[in-house]
Design a protein around this ligand. Sequence first.
Ligand code: SF4
Length: 408
Amino acid sequence: MFYYNITFLKAKFLLLYLITRFIIISMRRKTKAVLVGKVKIGGLALVSVQSMTKTDTRDIKATVRQIRELEKLGCEIIRIAVPDYQSALSLPRIKKSIRIPIEVDIHFNPKLALESIKQGIDAVRLNPGNMTDKEPLIEIVKSAKRARIPIRVGINSGSVRGWYRSALRHEIVRRSGPAYGISPANKIPSKQSQILSRAALEYIRFLEFLNFHNIMVSLKSSDVISTIEAYRELSTRCDYPFHLGITASGTIIDATVKSSIGIGVLLLEGIGDTIRVSITGPPEDEVRIGYKILESLGLRKQGLEIISCPTCARCKIDIVRITEKVKSRIERIPELSASGGSAFGRKDKNIKVAIMGCVVNGPGEAEDCDVGIAGGQNFGFLFKHGIRIRKVPESKIVSELIKEIKAI
Ligand code: SF4
Protein backbone atom coordinates (compact mmCIF):
# COMPACT_ATOMS: atom_id res chain seq x y z
CA MET A 1 0.00 0.00 0.00
CA PHE A 2 2.84 2.35 0.99
CA TYR A 3 4.73 1.73 -2.27
CA TYR A 4 1.52 1.98 -4.29
CA ASN A 5 0.94 5.47 -2.80
CA ILE A 6 4.49 6.55 -3.59
CA THR A 7 4.21 5.38 -7.20
CA PHE A 8 0.87 7.12 -7.60
CA LEU A 9 2.22 10.40 -6.18
CA LYS A 10 5.33 10.22 -8.36
CA ALA A 11 3.13 9.72 -11.44
CA LYS A 12 0.96 12.67 -10.36
CA PHE A 13 4.00 14.97 -9.97
CA LEU A 14 5.37 13.87 -13.33
CA LEU A 15 2.07 14.46 -15.09
CA LEU A 16 1.63 17.91 -13.55
CA TYR A 17 5.22 18.80 -14.49
CA LEU A 18 4.73 17.64 -18.09
CA ILE A 19 1.43 19.55 -18.46
CA THR A 20 3.02 22.75 -17.07
CA ARG A 21 6.02 22.38 -19.38
CA PHE A 22 3.74 21.78 -22.36
CA ILE A 23 1.72 24.94 -21.60
CA ILE A 24 4.83 27.08 -21.14
CA ILE A 25 6.56 25.72 -24.26
CA SER A 26 3.47 26.00 -26.48
CA MET A 27 3.12 29.67 -25.44
CA ARG A 28 6.67 30.52 -26.50
CA ARG A 29 7.27 32.90 -29.35
CA LYS A 30 8.12 31.00 -32.53
CA THR A 31 11.52 32.05 -33.79
CA LYS A 32 14.13 31.05 -36.31
CA ALA A 33 16.75 28.70 -34.88
CA VAL A 34 20.37 29.76 -34.69
CA LEU A 35 23.36 27.59 -33.78
CA VAL A 36 26.12 28.87 -31.53
CA GLY A 37 28.54 25.98 -31.76
CA LYS A 38 26.33 23.04 -30.86
CA VAL A 39 23.92 25.10 -28.76
CA LYS A 40 20.62 25.80 -30.47
CA ILE A 41 19.08 29.18 -29.73
CA GLY A 42 15.43 29.73 -30.62
CA GLY A 43 13.19 27.43 -32.65
CA LEU A 44 11.68 26.22 -29.34
CA ALA A 45 15.03 24.92 -28.04
CA LEU A 46 15.49 25.01 -24.27
CA VAL A 47 16.28 28.50 -23.02
CA SER A 48 20.06 28.47 -22.56
CA VAL A 49 22.16 30.14 -19.87
CA GLN A 50 25.24 32.12 -20.71
CA SER A 51 27.79 34.29 -18.97
CA MET A 52 30.76 36.46 -19.75
CA THR A 53 34.38 36.16 -18.64
CA LYS A 54 35.73 38.84 -16.32
CA THR A 55 39.40 38.10 -16.83
CA ASP A 56 41.87 39.76 -19.18
CA THR A 57 41.33 37.72 -22.37
CA ARG A 58 45.08 37.83 -23.03
CA ASP A 59 45.59 35.90 -19.80
CA ILE A 60 44.69 32.55 -21.31
CA LYS A 61 45.25 30.52 -18.14
CA ALA A 62 42.98 32.68 -15.98
CA THR A 63 40.32 32.89 -18.68
CA VAL A 64 40.23 29.12 -19.21
CA ARG A 65 40.12 28.55 -15.44
CA GLN A 66 37.12 30.84 -15.12
CA ILE A 67 35.28 29.27 -18.06
CA ARG A 68 35.83 25.76 -16.69
CA GLU A 69 34.28 26.80 -13.37
CA LEU A 70 31.31 28.19 -15.28
CA GLU A 71 31.01 25.01 -17.33
CA LYS A 72 30.74 23.02 -14.09
CA LEU A 73 27.77 25.14 -13.09
CA GLY A 74 26.02 24.55 -16.40
CA CYS A 75 27.02 27.64 -18.39
CA GLU A 76 26.22 26.83 -22.02
CA ILE A 77 27.76 29.71 -23.98
CA ILE A 78 30.60 31.97 -22.92
CA ARG A 79 31.01 35.54 -24.14
CA ILE A 80 34.53 36.90 -24.22
CA ALA A 81 35.45 40.54 -24.71
CA VAL A 82 38.01 41.16 -27.45
CA PRO A 83 39.33 44.69 -26.98
CA ASP A 84 42.64 44.22 -28.87
CA TYR A 85 44.52 41.98 -31.30
CA GLN A 86 46.33 39.99 -28.68
CA SER A 87 42.96 39.04 -27.19
CA ALA A 88 41.76 37.87 -30.60
CA LEU A 89 44.92 35.80 -31.03
CA SER A 90 44.33 34.15 -27.62
CA LEU A 91 40.98 32.73 -28.72
CA PRO A 92 42.11 29.46 -30.37
CA ARG A 93 44.05 28.38 -27.28
CA ILE A 94 41.09 29.25 -25.04
CA LYS A 95 38.68 27.41 -27.31
CA LYS A 96 40.88 24.31 -27.35
CA SER A 97 40.78 24.11 -23.55
CA ILE A 98 37.03 24.46 -22.99
CA ARG A 99 33.88 22.62 -24.05
CA ILE A 100 31.30 25.38 -24.53
CA PRO A 101 31.02 27.70 -27.56
CA ILE A 102 32.51 31.19 -27.59
CA GLU A 103 30.71 34.37 -28.57
CA VAL A 104 33.08 37.31 -28.92
CA ASP A 105 32.10 40.77 -27.79
CA ILE A 106 33.27 43.45 -30.21
CA HIS A 107 32.97 47.21 -29.97
CA PHE A 108 34.31 50.04 -32.14
CA ASN A 109 36.87 48.09 -34.17
CA PRO A 110 35.49 45.89 -36.98
CA LYS A 111 38.95 44.44 -37.63
CA LEU A 112 38.77 42.68 -34.27
CA ALA A 113 35.55 40.99 -35.37
CA LEU A 114 37.20 39.85 -38.60
CA GLU A 115 40.26 38.56 -36.74
CA SER A 116 38.13 36.73 -34.15
CA ILE A 117 36.08 35.02 -36.86
CA LYS A 118 39.34 33.99 -38.51
CA GLN A 119 40.42 32.46 -35.19
CA GLY A 120 37.41 30.12 -35.23
CA ILE A 121 34.90 31.52 -32.73
CA ASP A 122 31.23 30.45 -32.71
CA ALA A 123 29.33 33.75 -32.73
CA VAL A 124 30.01 37.45 -32.79
CA ARG A 125 28.21 40.19 -30.93
CA LEU A 126 28.22 43.62 -32.58
CA ASN A 127 26.98 46.80 -30.97
CA PRO A 128 25.07 48.95 -33.46
CA GLY A 129 25.81 51.94 -31.24
CA ASN A 130 29.51 51.85 -32.11
CA MET A 131 29.80 49.73 -35.25
CA THR A 132 28.12 51.77 -37.91
CA ASP A 133 30.36 52.08 -40.96
CA LYS A 134 28.87 50.23 -43.84
CA GLU A 135 31.95 48.89 -45.62
CA PRO A 136 33.56 47.07 -42.66
CA LEU A 137 30.16 45.76 -41.65
CA ILE A 138 29.75 44.24 -45.09
CA GLU A 139 33.12 42.50 -44.64
CA ILE A 140 32.08 41.11 -41.24
CA VAL A 141 28.86 39.77 -42.70
CA LYS A 142 30.73 38.09 -45.56
CA SER A 143 33.16 36.58 -43.12
CA ALA A 144 30.41 35.34 -40.74
CA LYS A 145 28.61 33.82 -43.73
CA ARG A 146 31.74 31.94 -44.78
CA ALA A 147 32.30 30.71 -41.21
CA ARG A 148 28.55 29.90 -40.86
CA ILE A 149 28.31 31.64 -37.52
CA PRO A 150 25.58 33.94 -36.23
CA ILE A 151 25.82 37.63 -35.46
CA ARG A 152 24.14 39.00 -32.37
CA VAL A 153 22.81 42.49 -32.84
CA GLY A 154 23.52 43.62 -29.29
CA ILE A 155 21.92 46.95 -28.52
CA ASN A 156 22.76 48.71 -25.25
CA SER A 157 20.91 51.72 -23.95
CA GLY A 158 24.20 53.38 -23.00
CA SER A 159 25.56 53.47 -26.53
CA VAL A 160 22.64 53.54 -28.90
CA ARG A 161 20.79 56.75 -28.16
CA GLY A 162 23.46 59.11 -29.43
CA TRP A 163 24.12 57.02 -32.52
CA TYR A 164 20.44 56.75 -33.35
CA ARG A 165 19.84 60.46 -33.12
CA SER A 166 22.93 61.46 -35.07
CA ALA A 167 22.27 58.76 -37.66
CA LEU A 168 18.89 60.27 -38.25
CA ARG A 169 20.26 63.77 -38.51
CA HIS A 170 23.27 62.99 -40.64
CA GLU A 171 24.55 60.87 -43.39
CA ILE A 172 23.22 57.33 -43.00
CA VAL A 173 19.79 58.26 -44.27
CA ARG A 174 21.15 60.35 -47.13
CA ARG A 175 23.80 57.82 -48.15
CA SER A 176 21.94 54.57 -47.80
CA GLY A 177 18.27 55.32 -47.76
CA PRO A 178 16.05 52.67 -46.28
CA ALA A 179 18.58 49.90 -47.00
CA TYR A 180 20.52 50.89 -43.90
CA GLY A 181 19.89 53.54 -41.36
CA ILE A 182 16.72 55.05 -40.14
CA SER A 183 14.00 55.32 -42.68
CA PRO A 184 13.31 59.01 -43.35
CA ALA A 185 9.63 58.36 -42.73
CA ASN A 186 10.34 57.41 -39.11
CA LYS A 187 10.24 60.07 -36.45
CA ILE A 188 12.80 60.07 -33.67
CA PRO A 189 11.20 57.91 -31.04
CA SER A 190 10.91 59.48 -27.66
CA LYS A 191 10.80 56.46 -25.39
CA GLN A 192 13.96 54.52 -24.65
CA SER A 193 12.24 51.22 -25.46
CA GLN A 194 11.34 52.53 -28.93
CA ILE A 195 14.87 53.74 -29.54
CA LEU A 196 16.23 50.33 -28.61
CA SER A 197 13.83 48.30 -30.72
CA ARG A 198 13.92 50.59 -33.75
CA ALA A 199 17.69 50.85 -33.74
CA ALA A 200 17.88 47.03 -33.64
CA LEU A 201 15.39 46.76 -36.46
CA GLU A 202 17.35 49.15 -38.69
CA TYR A 203 20.52 47.13 -38.13
CA ILE A 204 18.67 43.86 -38.75
CA ARG A 205 17.24 45.22 -41.99
CA PHE A 206 20.74 46.07 -43.18
CA LEU A 207 21.98 42.54 -42.42
CA GLU A 208 18.95 41.16 -44.26
CA PHE A 209 19.68 43.51 -47.17
CA LEU A 210 23.06 41.70 -47.34
CA ASN A 211 21.13 38.43 -47.40
CA PHE A 212 22.28 37.53 -43.90
CA HIS A 213 19.68 35.92 -41.63
CA ASN A 214 21.78 34.08 -39.07
CA ILE A 215 20.88 36.65 -36.43
CA MET A 216 20.19 36.89 -32.69
CA VAL A 217 19.13 40.09 -30.97
CA SER A 218 19.50 41.68 -27.57
CA LEU A 219 18.02 44.99 -26.42
CA LYS A 220 19.49 45.71 -23.03
CA SER A 221 18.76 48.69 -20.88
CA SER A 222 19.56 49.26 -17.23
CA ASP A 223 15.91 50.18 -16.84
CA VAL A 224 13.74 47.09 -16.39
CA ILE A 225 10.52 48.51 -17.82
CA SER A 226 12.26 49.92 -20.93
CA THR A 227 13.91 46.57 -21.53
CA ILE A 228 10.63 44.69 -21.27
CA GLU A 229 8.83 47.13 -23.57
CA ALA A 230 11.66 47.08 -26.13
CA TYR A 231 11.66 43.29 -26.43
CA ARG A 232 7.87 43.23 -26.58
CA GLU A 233 7.88 45.76 -29.39
CA LEU A 234 10.56 44.02 -31.43
CA SER A 235 8.96 40.61 -30.92
CA THR A 236 6.08 41.73 -33.14
CA ARG A 237 8.42 42.85 -35.93
CA CYS A 238 10.88 40.01 -36.45
CA ASP A 239 11.26 36.32 -35.73
CA TYR A 240 14.93 36.17 -34.75
CA PRO A 241 15.78 34.60 -31.39
CA PHE A 242 16.29 36.93 -28.45
CA HIS A 243 19.10 37.01 -25.91
CA LEU A 244 17.59 38.51 -22.73
CA GLY A 245 19.28 40.52 -20.03
CA ILE A 246 19.24 43.71 -18.01
CA THR A 247 22.47 45.62 -18.46
CA ALA A 248 24.50 47.32 -15.74
CA SER A 249 22.10 45.98 -13.16
CA GLY A 250 24.45 46.35 -10.19
CA THR A 251 25.72 44.09 -7.44
CA ILE A 252 24.12 40.82 -6.48
CA ILE A 253 20.89 41.91 -4.76
CA ASP A 254 20.00 44.63 -7.28
CA ALA A 255 21.02 42.47 -10.22
CA THR A 256 19.06 39.46 -9.00
CA VAL A 257 15.88 41.46 -8.47
CA LYS A 258 16.11 43.41 -11.73
CA SER A 259 17.07 40.39 -13.81
CA SER A 260 14.45 38.14 -12.25
CA ILE A 261 11.72 40.67 -12.99
CA GLY A 262 12.93 41.75 -16.44
CA ILE A 263 13.89 38.33 -17.76
CA GLY A 264 11.09 36.59 -15.86
CA VAL A 265 8.27 38.77 -17.19
CA LEU A 266 9.45 38.32 -20.78
CA LEU A 267 9.91 34.57 -20.45
CA LEU A 268 6.44 34.27 -18.97
CA GLU A 269 5.11 36.02 -22.06
CA GLY A 270 6.93 33.46 -24.20
CA ILE A 271 9.67 35.91 -25.25
CA GLY A 272 13.34 34.96 -24.95
CA ASP A 273 15.62 32.14 -26.07
CA THR A 274 18.85 32.57 -24.13
CA ILE A 275 19.66 34.59 -21.01
CA ARG A 276 22.54 36.28 -19.29
CA VAL A 277 22.22 37.74 -15.80
CA SER A 278 24.70 40.63 -15.60
CA ILE A 279 26.16 41.13 -12.13
CA THR A 280 28.88 43.36 -10.78
CA GLY A 281 30.39 40.31 -9.15
CA PRO A 282 31.57 36.77 -9.84
CA PRO A 283 30.28 35.25 -13.11
CA GLU A 284 29.47 32.02 -11.26
CA ASP A 285 26.56 33.85 -9.63
CA GLU A 286 25.31 34.89 -13.07
CA VAL A 287 24.93 31.23 -14.02
CA ARG A 288 23.45 30.18 -10.67
CA ILE A 289 20.84 32.93 -10.78
CA GLY A 290 20.14 32.33 -14.47
CA TYR A 291 19.22 28.74 -13.74
CA LYS A 292 17.16 29.74 -10.73
CA ILE A 293 15.10 32.08 -12.93
CA LEU A 294 14.50 29.33 -15.48
CA GLU A 295 13.74 26.77 -12.78
CA SER A 296 11.24 29.08 -11.13
CA LEU A 297 9.36 29.34 -14.41
CA GLY A 298 9.51 25.61 -15.09
CA LEU A 299 11.65 26.19 -18.19
CA ARG A 300 14.71 24.25 -17.03
CA LYS A 301 15.35 21.65 -14.39
CA GLN A 302 18.81 21.41 -12.94
CA GLY A 303 18.34 18.54 -10.55
CA LEU A 304 17.91 19.54 -6.96
CA GLU A 305 15.68 22.31 -5.68
CA ILE A 306 15.53 23.20 -2.00
CA ILE A 307 12.66 25.20 -0.58
CA SER A 308 13.14 26.42 2.98
CA CYS A 309 11.05 28.59 5.26
CA PRO A 310 12.27 31.99 6.49
CA THR A 311 11.78 30.85 10.14
CA CYS A 312 9.97 32.78 12.87
CA ALA A 313 9.21 32.57 16.59
CA ARG A 314 7.47 29.21 16.07
CA CYS A 315 10.63 27.55 14.83
CA LYS A 316 12.37 25.31 17.39
CA ILE A 317 15.11 23.89 15.16
CA ASP A 318 18.00 25.71 13.44
CA ILE A 319 16.57 25.93 9.92
CA VAL A 320 19.31 28.23 8.57
CA ARG A 321 22.11 25.88 9.66
CA ILE A 322 20.26 22.77 8.47
CA THR A 323 19.56 24.30 5.04
CA GLU A 324 23.14 25.50 4.57
CA LYS A 325 24.53 22.12 5.65
CA VAL A 326 22.22 20.16 3.32
CA LYS A 327 23.18 22.45 0.42
CA SER A 328 26.90 22.21 1.03
CA ARG A 329 26.77 18.42 1.61
CA ILE A 330 24.95 17.97 -1.70
CA GLU A 331 27.48 20.11 -3.54
CA ARG A 332 30.26 17.85 -2.28
CA ILE A 333 28.63 14.53 -3.16
CA PRO A 334 29.64 13.52 -6.71
CA GLU A 335 26.63 11.29 -7.33
CA LEU A 336 24.29 14.10 -6.31
CA SER A 337 26.01 16.89 -8.21
CA ALA A 338 26.05 17.61 -11.92
CA SER A 339 29.82 17.43 -12.19
CA GLY A 340 31.15 16.58 -8.79
CA GLY A 341 30.70 20.09 -7.49
CA SER A 342 27.73 21.78 -9.08
CA ALA A 343 25.37 23.70 -6.88
CA PHE A 344 22.45 22.39 -8.82
CA GLY A 345 22.49 18.72 -8.11
CA ARG A 346 22.22 15.87 -10.51
CA LYS A 347 20.75 16.65 -13.87
CA ASP A 348 19.21 13.28 -14.57
CA LYS A 349 16.76 13.57 -11.67
CA ASN A 350 14.61 16.45 -10.53
CA ILE A 351 14.45 16.33 -6.77
CA LYS A 352 12.58 18.84 -4.65
CA VAL A 353 13.39 19.11 -0.96
CA ALA A 354 11.47 21.06 1.70
CA ILE A 355 13.13 22.23 4.91
CA MET A 356 10.43 23.78 7.07
CA GLY A 357 10.40 25.05 10.62
CA CYS A 358 7.08 23.99 12.12
CA VAL A 359 3.68 22.43 11.68
CA VAL A 360 2.01 25.57 10.28
CA ASN A 361 3.21 25.14 6.70
CA GLY A 362 5.77 22.40 7.20
CA PRO A 363 3.77 19.21 6.63
CA GLY A 364 1.96 20.69 3.60
CA GLU A 365 5.14 21.81 1.86
CA ALA A 366 7.02 18.65 2.85
CA GLU A 367 4.21 16.46 1.47
CA ASP A 368 4.40 18.29 -1.86
CA CYS A 369 8.13 17.58 -2.22
CA ASP A 370 10.11 14.41 -2.85
CA VAL A 371 11.76 14.69 0.55
CA GLY A 372 10.97 17.11 3.36
CA ILE A 373 11.27 17.92 7.00
CA ALA A 374 8.74 19.70 9.20
CA GLY A 375 10.29 20.87 12.45
CA GLY A 376 8.98 20.34 15.98
CA GLN A 377 10.53 20.91 19.44
CA ASN A 378 14.15 19.87 18.71
CA PHE A 379 13.08 17.22 16.22
CA GLY A 380 11.65 16.98 12.73
CA PHE A 381 9.09 14.83 10.96
CA LEU A 382 10.64 13.37 7.84
CA PHE A 383 8.48 13.09 4.72
CA LYS A 384 9.10 11.22 1.51
CA HIS A 385 6.90 11.41 -1.59
CA GLY A 386 4.06 12.93 0.40
CA ILE A 387 4.12 10.47 3.29
CA ARG A 388 5.41 11.00 6.84
CA ILE A 389 7.99 8.27 7.30
CA ARG A 390 9.62 8.94 10.70
CA LYS A 391 10.53 11.35 13.47
CA VAL A 392 14.23 12.31 13.73
CA PRO A 393 16.13 14.27 16.41
CA GLU A 394 17.46 17.68 15.29
CA SER A 395 21.06 16.42 15.35
CA LYS A 396 20.20 13.80 12.72
CA ILE A 397 18.04 15.88 10.38
CA VAL A 398 20.86 16.72 7.92
CA SER A 399 22.16 13.17 7.63
CA GLU A 400 18.67 11.68 7.36
CA LEU A 401 17.67 14.13 4.64
CA ILE A 402 20.85 13.37 2.68
CA LYS A 403 20.25 9.64 3.07
CA GLU A 404 16.72 9.91 1.68
CA ILE A 405 17.78 12.24 -1.17
CA LYS A 406 20.53 9.79 -2.18
CA ALA A 407 18.04 6.94 -2.15
CA ILE A 408 15.71 8.56 -4.72
S1 SF4 B 1 7.00 27.17 8.57
FE1 SF4 B 1 6.63 27.63 10.69
S2 SF4 B 1 8.63 28.30 11.46
FE2 SF4 B 1 8.73 28.45 9.23
S3 SF4 B 1 8.14 30.57 8.84
FE3 SF4 B 1 6.31 29.32 8.65
S4 SF4 B 1 5.35 29.47 10.64
FE4 SF4 B 1 7.47 30.15 10.93
